[in-house]
Design a protein around this ligand. Structure first.
Ligand SMILES: [Fe+2]
Ligand SMILES: [Fe+2]
Length: 301
C-alpha cells in the first residue's frame, strides 16, 4: 500500500522569521507534493521476478522470442495464467490453444508487455485504492486503448507495432494517479483529460508542481520495465510535437483523445494542434472521421 508519510514543515522552527529568504507557500507545496510523488513512485511494488525477467528479455534487440517462450514454458502456472490473459484480451477461448498460438497471433513483444500491464493494473488497483473514482481512470484507459488500436490500423502499422502502441493507451495516464494521491485530491472526479485541455493540463501541472503527469508516468513505466515505445508514448502523449521533435508514439495516444471525444460542433478537427499532429502522422481529416466512425461502432453498447 502507499506509504502515506507526513512531511514536517521546516518553517515551523523559524517562526517569526518571515524574511524574503522564506520559501513562498506555493514553493513549499510544490516541494512537498514533488517529494511525495517521488516517494510514491519509489514505493510502487515491483513485479514478481519471473515477470520482470520476461520484460527484460523482451527489450533485448536481438531477442527473437525463443528465450521468452522458454521462460513461459518452464513454469506451468505462469503458462496457464498467461494463456487465460491472452484469451481475455485478444480472442475467444478457442482461438488460443497454446502459448505458441497466442504469441503467434499477438506477437511476442506485445504479449510480454500485456503481461506487465496486467500486473501493473493489479498494482494500480491496490496502490491507488484511495481514489474515489479509480474506475474513471480504468474506463478512460480502455477508451484510449481502442482508439489507438483503430488509429494504428488506419496508419497501416504492422500487427506487433499496432498492439504495442495500443497497449500504451492502457497505462498512459498512470502518472495522473500518483499526482492526485500526492496532492491529496483523492475525490477528484475526472481523471481522463477532455480533448480541449490536452495541451493546457500539462502546463498547469508544471506551473503548480514543477512536473506533469507525463513525466511521472514515464518514471513509473521505467520502474516497471516497460518497453521504450510505451515509455515514450506515456512521456509524449500531451506533447507529440516538442521543439520541432515529433514523437509518433506520443502522437497516436494524443490523437486518440480526439478520436474518442464527442465533437458535435466539429471543433476537434478544427483544432490547430490536432491538424498538425494528423499531418505528421500522414493522416487527413477523412482518415480522422473514419477513425471516429470505427470507434463509435466498436464502443456501441
Ligand atoms: Fe494524459
Ligand atoms: Fe488520457
Amino acid at each position: 500500500m502507499i506509504n502515506r508519510c507526513v512531511f514536517y514543515c521546516r518553517g515551523a522552527v523559524i517562526l517569526g522569521n518571515e524574511s524574503q529568504d522564506s520559501p513562498a507557500p506555493n514553493a513549499n507545496k510544490r516541494e512537498q507534493v514533488s517529494r511525495k510523488i517521488t516517494q510514491l513512485v519509489d514505493n510502487l511494488p515491483l513485479f514478481p521476478t519471473d515477470i520482470n525477467q520476461l520484460l527484460s528479455s523482451a527489450v533485448k534487440p536481438a531477442e527473437d522470442g525463443t528465450e521468452i517462450l522458454r521462460l513461459i514454458e518452464s513454469d506451468p502456472k505462469l503458462r496457464s495464467q498467461l494463456l487465460a490473459l491472452a484469451r481475455s484480451y485478444f480472442g475467444r477461448a478457442e482461438d488460443f490453444e497454446s502459448i505458441e498460438d497466442a504469441v503467434q497471433h499477438v506477437g511476442v513483444r506485445p504479449f510480454v508487455q500485456l503481461i506487465g500491464i496486467s500486473y501493473a493494473r493489479e498494482a494500480i488497483q491496490q496502490e491507488f485504492a484511495a481514489l474515489k473514482y479509480l474506475n474513471d481512470y480504468v474506463d478512460h484507459s480502455e477508451d484510449i486503448y481502442i482508439a489507438t488500436d483503430i488509429l494504428g490500423g488506419i496508419c497501416s502499422l504492422p500487427r506487433e507495432q499496432r498492439q504495442m502502441h495500443a497497449l500504451a493507451g492502457l497505462v498512459h495516464d498512470v502518472g495522473r494517479l500518483a499526482i492526485i494521491v500526492a496532492d491529496n485530491k483523492t475525490s477528484s472526479r475526472v481523471l481522463g483529460t477532455l480533448w480541449e485541455r490536452m495541451v493546457s493540463v500539462v502546463h498547469e501541472e508544471k506551473a503548480e508542481l514543477g512536473m506533469d503527469h507525463c513525466d511521472v508516468g514515464a518514471r513509473i513505466c521505467r520502474r516497471w520495465n516497460f518497453s521504450p515505445i510505451i515509455q515514450e508514448a506515456v512521456l509524449r502523449h500531451h506533447s507529440p510535437i516538442m521543439n520541432g521533435d515529433f514523437s509518433f508514439a506520443g502522437a497516436l495516444i494524443f490523437l486518440s483523445h480526439f478520436v474518442s471525444a464527442s465533437d458535435p460542433s466539429g471543433e476537434i478537427i478544427a483544432s490547430l494542434l490536432s491538424s498538425n499532429v494528423l499531418s505528421k502522422l500522414d493522416l487527413n481529416p477523412v482518415d480522422f472521421e473514419k477513425a471516429r466512425d470505427q470507434y463509435e461502432s466498436r464502443t456501441q453498447k
